[in-house]
Design a protein around this ligand. Structure first.
Ligand code: URA
Length: 433
């Protein structure tokens, strides 16, 4: 077997065997296959696709290319993952809720490139919180208090890292088989037994329309099934930011607010949908309505908030910030964005809102960039809201005056208004099992 035959086979739209797929993944990861040969094969996959069996074999080969975490001693671990959103603080709210319901909450999260930092960057805006703990401590934390959230210190799915970086340089990111296998390889390597995926749809997401989101979901579910990992996908609207904040410490503050019972309607719907299905997969209740009520109960009685505090304390964080969020350091400038127009918000350019927050310093462009945990955007008005000229659409939190002022103008441009009444959008667009 050699790489030229494999490239030719996929170029001619023929099915690759498991051995051929493993040969490519292993030899590309260890440097025996060049970037230009890998690029040719990836482009052929991009153009001709793969069937479910090929995608599953590709996923498992990438999952097994590095360390694979074994969490079986913790019981049924249900992982959650989002395909990406603007203002995505769902993990910070959901995992303590799950833990408060007696389901092991063991999650490794990334830092991530993009509009804001990843969950790990957000957690690190809590002074003292240690995301860089040993695997043994991670597992012991879950045994002792039911929850641990840490950074990705293991060498999980290195093949995916290399192939993803290559895809980025050859315009091959937007491919359903490649995205599905990339996501699922990391979930499998991270030790999940069951998986709930939030598949985001809209201008701030990889999937711009519902048909593609369905296809991606069906692909990931079939990989999950073939790999013995039950998987459910929940499609969510990403045509506006999630909740009311974008930025690292701003999102932590919103998460604390949510755990105190003050949730934006979209955050609440996403939490209840993902959470109730995570409970079902964990064997904690087949009745979704009852599961939703149990989640609401644990928010109301503060069990979920207390679990979050326990998590923070256990990983060295200063819990006084959770009790009093005004302690979080503010950016130098907090500038209101005043609407010049009246009407109903018809649409928001969510992707651009993401770019604005990234330029403010909330996200990274390169892996080695530092993020600024203080900066970001607070959103006051979302799709369907009525606005009068002079109302505040939101606030820009910036450490630099010029960038702050420019961002104010840019955020204003992200709003589209209508004179006619606009209905509030649905937040959950579908559930695929
Ligand atoms: N997220 C991933 O992890 N991989 C992709 O290919 C796209 C989004």
């Amino acid at each position: 077997m050699n790489i030229l035959e494999i490239i030719a086979k996929k170029r001619d739209n023929r099915e690759l065997t498991n051995d051929e797929i493993k040969f490519f993944v292993d030899n590309y990861t260890n440097g025996n296959i060049t970037d230009y040969q890998a690029a040719a094969l990836i482009m052929a996959i991009y153009i001709n696709g793969m069937n479910y069996q090929e995608i599953t074999n590709f996923t498992l080969a990438m999952a097994n290319s590095g360390e694979v975490l074994n969490l079986s001693e913790l019981g049924t671990v249900v992982d959650k993952h989002s395909t990406g959103g603007i203002g995505d603080k769902i993990t910070l709210i959901l995992m303590p809720i799950i833990a408060s319901l007696g389901i092991p909450a063991a999650k490794m999260s990334g830092r991530g490139l993009g509009f804001t930092g990843g969950t790990i960057d957000k957690l690190e805006s809590i002074p003292g919180y240690n995301t860089n703990i040993k695997i043994d401590d991670f597992i012991n934390n879950v045994k002792n208090i039911g929850i641990s959230l840490m950074g990705q210190t293991l060498n999980l799915a290195p093949a995916d890292k290399k192939i993803y970086a290559l895809r980025d340089t050859i315009s091959c990111v937007e491919s359903i088989p490649l995205i599905a296998s990339s996501i699922m390889s990391k979930k499998i390597a991270a030790g999940a037994e069951k998986i709930v995926l939030e598949v985001t749809v809209g201008s701030g997401a990889f999937m711009k329309n519902i048909e593609d989101a369905r296809k991606l979901s069906e692909t990931m579910i079939s990989i999950g099934n073939l790999a013995g990992k039950e998987t459910i996908c929940i499609l969510t609207n990403m045509n506006e930011p999630i909740g009311y904040s974008i930025g690292n410490s701003l999102e932590v503050m919103e998460a604390i607010d949510a755990l105190n019972g003050n949730m934006n309607e979209d955050v609440k719907e996403i939490i209840l949908s993902l959470g109730s299905y995570m409970m079902k997969l964990a064997g904690k209740g087949d009745n979704i309505d009852e599961n939703r009520n149990k989640i609401l109960e644990n928010i109301e009685n503060k069990k979920a908030l207390n679990k979050f505090k326990e998590l923070v304390k256990n990983q060295g964080g200063d819990v006084s910030y959770i009790d009093d969020t005004s302690k979080f350091e503010k950016s130098k400038y907090i500038i209101p964005v005043i609407s010049e127009l009246s009407g109903y918000v018809k649409a928001m350019d969510n992707e651009n809102i993401g770019y604005i927050s990234s330029r403010l310093g909330a996200g990274r462009i390169n892996k080695e960039d530092n993020i600024n945990s203080r900066v970001g955007i607070i959103i006051n008005k979302k799709v369907g809201d009525e606005v009068k000229a002079g109302d505040i659409l939101g606030y820009i939190h910036s450490d630099e005056y010029d960038i702050g002022i420019k961002s104010v103008q840019e955020l204003r441009m992200c709003y589209e208004f209508s004179d006619e009444y606009i209905e509030k959008p649905k937040h959950i667009l579908g559930i695929i099992k």
